[in-house]
Design a protein around this ligand. Structure first.
Ligand code: CP3
Length: 363
């Protein structure tokens, strides 16, 4: 097989093969709950405003424009890998990129987040959500292919937003503290809710498949704001849709990570949705999280990102505690409990990576 003829998924480096340097990377081994030479570590939002080189590159380029330029995507994705030596790269994009790609009028306002010009609140609004085709996001395919070449044995994590979190932006029209309109629709019009969630799940599946087809070795589904939903409502109104996403990805053979904020009461259900790895925020210690998920799941997390603003001695003590508790899980990927805060000192993140690596293996 010649290299140029091979689709990334056909090469020996394909993580689905369970062989080759990529498949033997600590991150993919931990996702599969296999023994690791050292605990792998990466950070949600490791690319971004904490890095001066990111701020320089992004100067004058709107967020969503940078997500449509393969050269910028590749460079921004690589920046934290070079600087920190993390065990995985996460594709530089945003959860609203596939929505923009199908024609939704969405902008990311600095310091605010995604803002939707015409919120979706009725059946007519659903028409705006057409299916996503790979041809809608050629820049994603091109950037993933470029990244896989540059990253070598470091895995690339593809990602997408989960339907609930995407629905919350579409319904509220922007960021929202309590997702009240979203939940009102979920409670009050289950039929419209299911149709909306179904369309969003299809878009998420298509966006993730594009990334895996181009060579991403794992995927993470962010349901950042689903923590506002009670377990029984999650089971009835959210779980069927996320379960369909993870089931659709299963044949691709890449590990699937599922993460949300404030999801302590939902960890078991998020595992049941079909994730291989459950991401945990900082509110639930990992040993307790390990009890809350069913057997057969690895955990990812969960140092409070705000700890990184405290003196190093505190960071070290807290990080060692996360590692110790992570040892009780079947597999552990060290991460923060949510994204890197923009005011974080990059040198502290670099030191934290070294600490996790030097602490050795937790499994
Ligand atoms: O390094 C990485 O983790 C990859 C990049 C990434 C971004 N967004 C880039 C980004 C990822 C994984 C996301 C996912 C995302 N986007 C989520 C889920 C993860 C989470 O944090 O819970 C959510 C909820 C969004 C929506 C969104 N986009 C928010 C809330 C914001 C922040 C707004 C702000 O300015 O504070 C964005 C913008 C965004 N996405 C930035 C980055 C680097 C900042 C924009 C900038 O640098 O100008």
């Amino acid at each position: 097989m010649t290299a140029d003829a091979a689709h990334p998924a056909d090469t020996a480096a394909n993580p689905a093969d369970n062989s080759g340097p990529l498949a033997e990377s600590p991150f993919l081994l931990a996702c599969r709950r296999r023994p690791v030479p050292r605990t792998p570590v990466w950070f949600m939002r490791q690319a971004g405003r904490a890095l001066p080189e990111y701020l320089r590159l992004r100067e004058g380029v709107p967020m969503l424009e940078s997500c449509a330029r393969p050269d910028m995507i590749v460079e921004i994705t690589m920046q934290p890998v070079r600087r920190y030596g993390v065990d995985a790269a996460i594709f530089f994009s945003d959860i609203v990129v596939p929505l923009k790609a199908i024609g939704i009028d969405v902008d990311i306002k600095p310091g605010v987040g995604p803002v939707i010009a015409d919120p979706i609140r009725d059946a007519a609004g659903l028409d705006a959500l057409r299916p996503l085709e790979p041809g809608d996001v050629p820049y994603v395919t091109e950037a993933v292919q470029g990244l896989v070449g540059e990253l070598g044995a470091t895995p690339l994590i593809g990602f997408a937003g989960a339907p609930f979190t995407l629905a919350s932006y579409l319904i509220e029209g922007g960021p929202s503290k309590n997702q009240e309109r979203t939940k009102a629709l979920m409670y009050g019009d289950p039929d419209l809710w299911d149709r909306l969630m179904g369309r969003l799940a299809d878009i998420t599946i298509a966006f993730l498949k594009v990334q895996v087809a181009a060579g991403a070795s794992a995927i993470q589904v962010f349901d950042s704001w689903v923590g506002s939903v009670a377990p029984e409502d999650y089971r009835a109104s959210v779980l069927p849709h996320t379960r369909r996403i993870f089931a659709a990805l299963e044949p691709l053979g890449v590990p699937r990570v599922h993460f949300g904020v404030g999801t302590g009461e939902l960890l078991g259900l998020m595992g049941e949705a079909g994730a291989d790895v459950v991401g945990v925020d900082w509110r639930v210690p990992l040993d307790e999280a390990a009890r809350r998920v069913e057997p057969g799941k690895a955990l990812q997390g969960n140092l409070d990102p705000a700890v990184l603003l405290a003196p190093w001695e505190t960071v070290e003590r807290r990080a060692r505690d996360v590692l110790a508790r992570g040892r009780t899980a079947e597999g552990h990927i060290f991460n923060l409990g949510h994204g890197v805060l923009p005011s974080t000192d990059p040198d502290v993140l670099a030191r934290l990576v070294d600490l996790v690596h030097e602490a050795g293996s937790t499994h």
